[in-house]
Every structure is written in C-alpha cells, then in structure tokens.
Design a protein around this ligand. Sequence first.
Ligand code: CA
Length: 653
Amino acid sequence: MHGLDDAETRFSPLDQIDAGNVGRLGVVWQYDTKSLRGLEATPLVRDGVLYATTSWSNVFAVDAVTGRELWYWDARADRVRGAKACCDVVNRGVALYEDKVFVGVVDGRLVALNAATGEPVWDVQTTDVAQPYTITGAPRIVDGKLIIGNGGAEYGVRGYVSAYDPATGALLWRTYTVPGDPSLPFESEALESAAATWNGRWWDLGGGGTVWDGMAYDAEARLLYVGTGNGSPWNQAIRSPGGGDNLYLSSILALAVDTGEIAWHYQTTPGDNWDYTAVQPLMLAELTIDGRARQVIMQAPKNGFFYVLDRLTGELISAAPYAGITWAKGFDLATGRPIETTQARYGNEITLLSPGPGGAHNWHPMSFNPATGLVYIPAQQSAFPYKNDPDFVATSRENLGVAIVAPPGFPDRAADAYEPGIGPTLPGANALVAWDPVSQTSRWLVDHGGVPGGGTLTTAGNLVFQGRGDGNFAAYSADQGEKLWEVDLGNGILAPPITYMIDGRQYVSVLVGWGSTAGLFGAYPSDQYMAEGRLYTFALDGTRALDPVRGIPRPALTEIPSDATEEQIADGSVIYGERCYVCHGFGAAGGGQTPDLRYSTAETYAAIDSIVRGGEREQLGMPRFDFLTEQDTASLRAFLLAQRQALIASQSQ
Ligand code: CA
C-alpha cells in the first residue's frame, strides 16, 4: 500500500539510514520518466521491482536496485477527456495485487496490467464518458477488492466510489456520496436521508463529493474509509439555495467492505461553500487519549482543522486548527461542528478567506511516526478572494459559482466587517508541521516560506523526508525537526518519498517534476521551457553524479508588435484569471511543465483563437473553450503580449 499497509501512515520500520548517518546519503540511480508534466505518484516496490505512474496515467516498472527499465506502458489517455482534470493530468500511483498492476486513467478507465510485462489484461470504463469525470487518484486493494474513485467536482459531477474484482474487472459495488435526482429511486437509505439536507435542483449541477484521493482500511472492522470532496458548484447559494449540510460532501465515510454501505459518516465541513474537500490522506493509528487506547482515524483536510475520530464508531474525539483560518472562529465539540465566522458565507462583495481552495493541506501525503507520536503535515497558509458569481451559467469548463477576481481590488468587504478567525498562523506561506494528535498542538515546524512542501515519509531511523517546490529534498530529525541532510534536484518536488530494503541495503526514492504552477516559485531550470520528470533513488554512500535536468529549451524572446488597447489587456487579464492561470501560472509565467505563454512564438499568438476556441491543440491536452468569443481571445492575446512585453522590459533593465 502507498502508506506501507492498510493504516496508510507512511511510517517505515527501516532504520539502516538514521539521524546519525543520513548525511552519507547519495544517489545510486535515476530514471527519466518521459513526462513533461507534474508527478505526484507514490512508487510501490515488490519483489525487487518498483512501479509508478507519470502524467497522463502512464505506468513504468524498473529494477529497484539498478533503475533499469523493465517496461513502460502508455495509457493513451483520451486527451480531450483528460484535459477536464482541474489541476493537471497527474496520477498518484498504482495498486498491486497478485500478478497484476492496476491504474486509474485520467479519462475514467481502470486498467489491469500484467506485472511482469506491462501488457493490458483488462480495461473497464468506470465513468460516464459524456460527463466531465477524471481519475487522478490511485486505486487501492482491500480485502481482495480493487477500489477506485474519481474527480470532476469543479465541472459538475456526482461523486462515487466503486469496487471491482481485480481478476476480471467486474463491478462488485458502487456507492454514491451525494443523492441524485429525488424523483428517481434512491440507491440507499443513507442517500435518502442525505437528500433531506439539500435544497433546490442540486442534481442538475452534479452535487460533487468526489472520492479522488484518501483511503485507508481496517481489516478487523472490515471498514474501508474514504474521504469525499467539495460541493459542485462550490457556491452553496447556487448549489443548494437555502443551505443545508449537503451530506455527504466534505466527509469521512466508513464503508462496509462487502457491500459499500455507509456504516458511519463524519462531515468535516457542513454545507461546503469553499472547495474544502475531505479527500486528504486518511491514516489509522492507536493513540492513548485520556489514559485509554483508542483506535483512531486522522485527517488534516483542506478546511484547516485536524481531526481525530474513533474509527469504529465515527465518534469525534478532537478537532483543532493546524493553520490560521478565518472561515471559522471556533469548534463546538458537543455538536462536532465548526463555528463559522460571519464572513464565511460570502456574497456579492469580495471576501478574503483562509484557507483558499488549495486548503491548509492538500493531497500531499502526511505521515505518522509511532515513536515520536507526531504527524508530519505539508501545511500551507493560504487565502482566496471568494465572491458570488451573479451571472453564473453552467459551461463546458469549470462551474464554480464563484467569480474569480484578479488582484488588485480585493478584499472589498470593509475590514471592520471581518470577525477574527483561529489557529496558529504559519510564519511563511508553507511549512512542514509536526503535529501532536493527542494534545492537538504543533510540536515543531520547518518554515518553507513561499516554497510549497511535498508529501512526507517518516522512518524508524528518527527521520522525516520531504521535497519542496524548488527542488530541495531534505531529511529532518523526526523528534526535533533539525535539518540533517539536503540536496538540490533541480526541478519541483511535490510527490512523497518512499523507502525500501533489498539485499540488506535501504533505499529512498522520490519522483521529481512538477506540473501546473511551478513557475511561481522559480522551481524549474531557468533556460528551459519544459523540464522532464525523473525518479531519484538514494542509499548510504551512493556516488552517482546528478545529471543536468533534461527538457525543451526556451524559444528566444523577440519583440512582437501589439496594437492592443488598455481595455483589451484588462479584459484579457480577467479571462486569463478565470480560465488559464491554474495551468499556465500567474501572469502567464508558466509552470515548468506547461508552457510559459510569454515565450510563445508569433505564430502561436496569431493562432490563439483557433487554439483556445477551436480546440486546435486538444491532442496536447489544451482544453477547448468553445463558450468564449472571438473578442475574448483577442483580449487574451492582448494580455499575453503585454506580459511578454513586461518581461522583455524587465530583462533589459
Ligand atoms: Ca475541488
């Protein structure tokens, strides 16, 4: 399993590499992944073979001692459907069972491969291809069943999770997380009672609640735990006018593994209004609380609270904020609900709230070390200007119900109208937080400033490993947070490291390469337009030299004349903010793995209408925005050329 076993704690009992000798760590092999987009997978190692995934859901198998490629499988994902992934065409890894490797493909397929050869054995479509579902999460094997969820709540879908027979690909059960059209029979009593917590015609817009990442399993209780995502659309006033809890959005669900029936639920964010998913990684542990051994499940979802629940009953044991938040001002343990601030339910004025849609913690895995009793969270201090979209109409792209506003101009809610929030504001925007889940307090933290931190791994060698968005990969002491070793791998790291032992030697591996908005942090090589991802493997006394990062060199930054008006540039800035920045970066500055649009050629700028509206580059994964107008794309070109001109001007200073 990705976190070693069903408990998914990402704690390794290996201790050959420890706090005393980790300074001797060096590279023993590297593998070029043939991927120019972001890498998020946790590799799995079995019988001397390492399996992992790249962007577009491609899978590779390499010798775990030498890095020699055994096979590489191109998923040939449907680029048009794949480009519906909200946050790049990433994939978080495979599942292994018996003689097969399983991967969820971004276009909604679930595929079984022969583990020895990489040849497909079976291939099933797990989603309705007419709807904007995608898969970025890893399948899991529990109780001999293959579990897969999906994503798409930024577009408008109804979330569910499915169990398949790993031998044949036959569907065993499927559990929806939100109710569908109530004029049709409900799939379960749980969904019938959930429907009473919704209003309006939510099913027309999907509802959301997608299961796109965190899972864990208690074999004794025969309970599979899954996290559910945000509402679709985000804005509850549009999704469920008049409010309601909107079960089972943003919830931890315990499912009976035999049937998928909901055994208990705990909703982290009632009436989600902010993209506060609870799909973040789930971990099982035994904690001594008030002198009593408790079998708990833990989560640090996007909303900023760290939760400890009794995993057999769903009883909330404790909740406390692990970052500074302004959407809530307290927590009522008696009701198990957050106490919202008055500004949380934003309206037509721009309201800055923490966290933003990226959360106080996102998909980047946390880890739990039973020796220190600490959870290592890649946390962030984020904020977002929320505002109702009064002109909302559903489109073929994002359907958030929130007007994306570009700075300057926010917040326009008067400062004295803000109630204070709660929680320990992180000193920089990003930190590695060592959290004590019993006392619900931070024991130590490493301030990463403006650079995002990746997933974590902790070991019996009193170590925590973590990469960062700027290419730094480091080991810290698990008890104190002292930095003991680091290396610059030259490309952004968000994926979690793993460790394994073969023939008496302990290895540490991590995927390096970042899609989306890495350009914000200068994470990629400055002379390259797109950089290839790589898997690095380390061991004590490894001596392999680091090769330069491979990639596509940047085009020359020549002058391109523009007759754009200031008004066009301003319009283009707004459209860019709503439709482009998530992949292409703020100010069009690129993401390392998606092009820096300031460096495009004159031909590309000239063809912008057929690229953006006509779908000319759909086969490269560039979505088609057929609902924009020719005037809109002219404004986008004006904005991009202005950004290019600003870059040229800054370089000539
Ligand atoms: Ca979301």
